[in-house]
Design a protein around this ligand. Structure first.
Ligand SMILES: [Zn+2]
Length: 388
């Protein structure tokens, strides 16, 4: 009985293949072949062929396709982004993008990241009126809600690998960034419990300026850095004067050079992220950051959650203080951040965008794999196999 079933499945499988290769080309070839390709793929993942008792596994027959490559689908538009923000892509090579997207060892489509900015966390109060800061009660609620929604915190390096090459991270990830210099006590009081319980790291946007505050907090921070739960990244050297396109090259270079040297010397860490001091950035600051090896930049602009090759950006300033990221043309260096009071209201926004992205990717998978097979595979080779 089992063998009979296998034979039937095999017959269906072969029929679907030969159907694709013998049909005469028509105006609907795209659709037919896309369908056939999907069927072949689906068959290939079943057990029928693998269960044949006597045959050694043979490669799946490639469907013959004589038409032009299919058109790739447009970028997913999503609800819930900040007003004036639209998703921007940053990988210009379609084949590179498709290979990273459909490599089964990489992050699954729909993997999403919320980046959160913290300044002062105020002890002994539930809430504060200044949206830049957060009360102790609200801080704990934010962390609990993130966890309840299935988010897990990741480091700057994990985010950089995800954004660059779709490296695997938790399906719902959060990046926690504490700006400016704080004592070790700040990290022990607020972030250590989540590190101990859930393994959540926190990024420390570290200012390298030599003054009395630094002398006071440096030794405690060095001890934290050695432990691993605080991820030290650059927040400038002078910091108090933001970098803009009006800044001199010398000033911008010093901001990176001294910050990088400080982090390497004191925290044994080569930074990959610049947390733009005062929220200032521009074409030249971004280009010079790239020269120094930075792979991520964080603004103070809340635009929405981010995904692989999908970063919400504004093409024109939307408020008095914010700067448009679009014209800079390097989304990974001008990433959005949520302010504390925006996190809980945006958890469900992120969930919906993630689910839409996963569904949109599934819908487009046959077209994208056919495109990859026709256009990319001859130079890049087939998609990698899943590594257990
Ligand atoms: Zn700052």
């Amino acid at each position: 009985m089992r063998r009979y079933l296998i034979l039937i499945l095999l017959a269906v499988f072969l029929a679907s293949c030969s159907g694709a290769s013998t049909s005469a080309p028509t105006a609907d070839m795209n659709a037919i072949n896309t369908q056939a390709f999907a069927t072949v793929n689906a068959s290939g993942t079943g057990t029928a062929v693998a269960s044949l008792p006597t045959e050694t596994p043979t490669p799946l027959p490639t469907p013959t396709y004589s038409g032009p490559p299919p058109e790739l689908p447009p970028t997913l538009q999503a609800p819930g982004l900040a007003q004036g923000a639209t998703p921007h892509t940053y990988i210009s090579d379609s084949c590179e993008y498709l290979q990273a997207k459909w490599n089964p060892n990489n992050a699954a489509p729909g993997t999403i990241v919320m980046v959160v900015m913290f300044h002062s966390i105020e002890k002994g109060v539930e809430s504060v009126s200044d949206p830049m800061h957060v009360g102790a009660g609200d801080f704990k609620r934010i962390m609990k809600n993130l966890h309840d929604f299935g988010f897990q915190a990741i480091s700057a390096n994990q985010l950089a690998d995800f954004l660059d090459s779709n490296a695997k991270i938790p399906m719902r990830s959060v990046v926690l960034i504490q700006d400016d210099r704080h004592s070790a006590e700040n990290y022990n009081d607020w972030f250590r419990p989540y590190w101990q319980e859930w393994g959540w790291p926190v990024i420390n946007g570290w200012i390298s300026w030599e003054d009395s505050i630094r002398n006071q907090v440096l030794p405690g921070n060095i001890a934290l850095g050695a432990e691993g739960f605080v991820d030290f990244q650059s927040h400038g050297y002078v910091h108090n004067t933001p970098m803009t396109d009006a800044s001199s090259d010398e000033y911008i270079r010093t901001e990176f050079e001294r910050s990088k040297a400080d982090l390497q010397q004191n925290f044994n860490k080569t930074p990959v992220a610049i947390i733009w001091p005062g929220g200032g950035f521009g074409v030249r600051p971004v280009a010079i950051a790239r020269e120094f090896g930075y792979r991520l930049g964080f603004t103070v602009n809340p635009r929405g959650p981010i995904m692989y090759n999908w970063v919400p950006q504004a093409d024109a300033a939307t408020g008095t203080f914010d700067i448009a990221e679009g014209p800079v043309g390097d989304p990974r260096m001008t990433l959005p951040r949520f302010w504390p009071n925006q996190v809980i209201p945006n958890l469900d926004v992120a969930r919906v965008i993630s689910e839409q992205a996963a569904a949109y990717a599934a819908q487009n998978k046959p077209t994208e794999l056919l495109y990859y097979d026709l256009v990319c595979a001859p130079t890049l080779g087939p998609l990698p196999a899943a590594v257990p």
